[in-house]
Design a protein around this ligand. Structure first.
Ligand code: SF4
Length: 270
């Protein structure tokens, strides 16, 4: 049993998803062609509408890739960001939180994964991407060749947990958005994965059924954004794992397209 088969078996996808599918997608020949055309729009030059300035992808400085597991966003503003989030009271969620969680992972990660808000366990323990949902996410990322916190960075749409497991409101999302934009600005990821319809709806401010948002790439300041299932929902509906895996393969394809585009720009500029 090779590594790919082992990963798919761990996810419970073997033999539902064959290695043939894996190979074809990794090679960039979309075996799961959808009616919708993959659209990666050119980098936006429009100003950021929520206060923070984000460089378009083409304008990013040369990236030096290093593997630094479990490293928080490292920049001159990192401590300030943490401090600001910890002391933030910009929305009502501050009153009921146990902790306020900024993201965690490699500060130069290609993958940025955005979940809705800290889970009960994450809020209590002040840890990012843990528990059964965290394991599910790690397995899916592993299955497409990414390693959690090594070449991924995980954060939340809102940094404080709403009580009673309710989704954050648009107002709360907007209040917290500048923290998220600051993380994106520091990271400059190559692909952003949104976990669940609520995150997609509030991040993209696009009210569509989840099924209509999957297998499409949305442009956010020059970065491709892909939507998949929330990990909690996936735990309740394990039959959806194969589709979630396809979403992550699609995200990998968007990431690879970005890598090729940046490489070709670098060649043109030399
Ligand atoms: Fe501040 Fe965000 Fe927490 Fe609201 S959710 S209090 S905006 S850190």
């Amino acid at each position: 049993m090779n590594r790919d088969e082992a990963l798919l078996r761990e996810l419970g996808l073997w033999p539902t998803v064959s290695l043939l599918e894996t190979k074809v997608l990794i090679e960039g020949q979309d075996a799961f062609a959808r009616p919708q055309e993959v659209k990666v729009t050119p980098p936006s030059t429009k100003p950021v509408s929520h206060g923070q300035s984000i460089k378009p992808l083409d304008a990013k400085e040369e990236r030096v890739k290093e593997t630094k597991p479990e490293e928080p966003v490292k920049s001159t503003g990192q401590l300030t960001l943490q401090e600001r989030v910890l002391s933030c009271a910009a929305c009502a969620l501050h009153a009921t939180r146990q902790h306020a969680l900024v993201g965690k992972g490699n500060a130069q990660a290609d993958w940025l994964v955005i979940a809705e808000s800290p889970s009960t366990e994450e809020d209590l323990l002040n840890q990012v991407a843990i528990g059964s949902a965290g394991e599910m996410l790690a397995n899916l990322l592993n299955a497409v060749g990414a390693t959690v916190f090594e070449n991924t960075y995980h954060t939340y749409l809102v940094k404080c947990r709403p009580v009673h497991n309710r989704p954050p409101s648009l107002e709360e999302s907007r209040a917290c958005r500048h923290h998220l934009l600051e993380e994106i600005s520091h990271l400059q990821p190559k692909v952003i994965v949104l976990l669940g319809r609520t995150v997609a709806k509030l991040f993209l401010e696009l009210d569509l059924p989840l099924t209509q948002m999957r297998q499409k790439s949305y442009d956010f300041r020059g970065v491709g954004v892909v939507v998949t299932q929330d990990m909690g929902a996936l735990l309740r509906q394990p039959s959806e794992k194969a589709q979630a895996w396809r979403d992550f393969m699609f995200a990998k394809k968007i990431l690879n397209q970005c890598t090729q585009r940046v490489g070709s720009d670098d060649t043109t500029n030399t």
